[in-house]
Design a binder for this molecule. Sequence first.
Ligand code: SF4
Length: 390
Amino acid sequence: MKIIRRKTKTIKIGSVYIGGTNPIAIQSMTKAKTADIEKTIRQIKELEKADCQIVRLAVKDSDDARAIKKIKPKVNIPLVADIHFNWRLALEAIDSGIDKIRLNPGNIYKKEQIREIAKAAKVNRIPIRVGVNSGSLKSHKSGVTSQASQADKMVKSTLDYIKILEGFKFYDIVVSLKASNILDTIEAYRKMAKLCEYPFHLGMTATGLPLQGTIKSSITIGALLLEGIGDTIRVSLTDKPEPEVYAARGILESLGLRYFGPEIISCPTCGRCEVDLVSIVKKMENLLSRYPVIPLSRLTGKRANGSTGSPSLEPSRAKSRDGQTGKPFKVAIMGCVVNGPGEASDADIGVAFGRKEGLLFRNHKAIKKVSSSNCIATLLKELRHLKNHI
Ligand code: SF4
């Protein structure tokens, strides 16, 4: 099956282009007060390391807006100002050098205020995201009834706002329609996709802790991406910022839309497995950089001692065979001979374990036996060898 991307305008956000045929960009949001410049820069640096491409900052007051001036020269990815209620903060953020503005039609809706923001954004070539959120929808006097579906209300709110911006000859627009449930979000984006050619920022709102949030976001964002809808994604999680990026990476990789390192294929293990496959795969995953291996305690937000919080997990980086949009290397690590040889021989490198030792495959051919204790070193050596010969 081939994913055919929806045709959209291309929008430039700082140095990043979204929409058109550009790769789907990953974005996240800092969780520190923006006026806490050091902490905000530290979080952005962590996000950069995790392969985040765009970062949004909450701009709640003038201190936050002014802080952008000091943050921007210290970071490498475009910054987006998240503005609610106070339209003047959008102008201050633009003055401070922001790369994009997010406006919420639910709380900044007066035409003359929007006109001032659009004017300043146009002069500075800054796009505006019309970021509708089901939790802050403004009631409409015309067009949709109070019985209309949540999705229809979100679409109406987005369309009204786009019309206002277009009325001011402002077309540098990105659109998002986020609800906290999967069906409303998908319906809203699907409907909106038929009504405009602006690129979409995909996401859900208020998804919860990492396990639940990743599941909900993967279903929603994944379903839309499969239909070719979506140009930049943010996975919202009740956690630190970087896990949002790892989750987004996972969604894009699972759909074959982007790659961030060799792909590991491993079996779930069962009573037939006679080696500690879980440890081997976890070590390999960390060594290959893909994502830090996240313990269950992290996904549920609970530490073993019952406290909440997250251990600091730092990925190293490895690139795929052909860069971020190419095909990744496949590394198969299988627990026994039932499916092991089939999967392992299908991968670029693979090992199918028997009792204590496994059979190593390279380029779809069995090569030699390898002990479980020596397996990781051998797989890494083979991977380096293959990479050097491409
Ligand atoms: Fe079990 Fe073997 Fe299948 Fe792994 S490959 S799940 S060990 S049968």
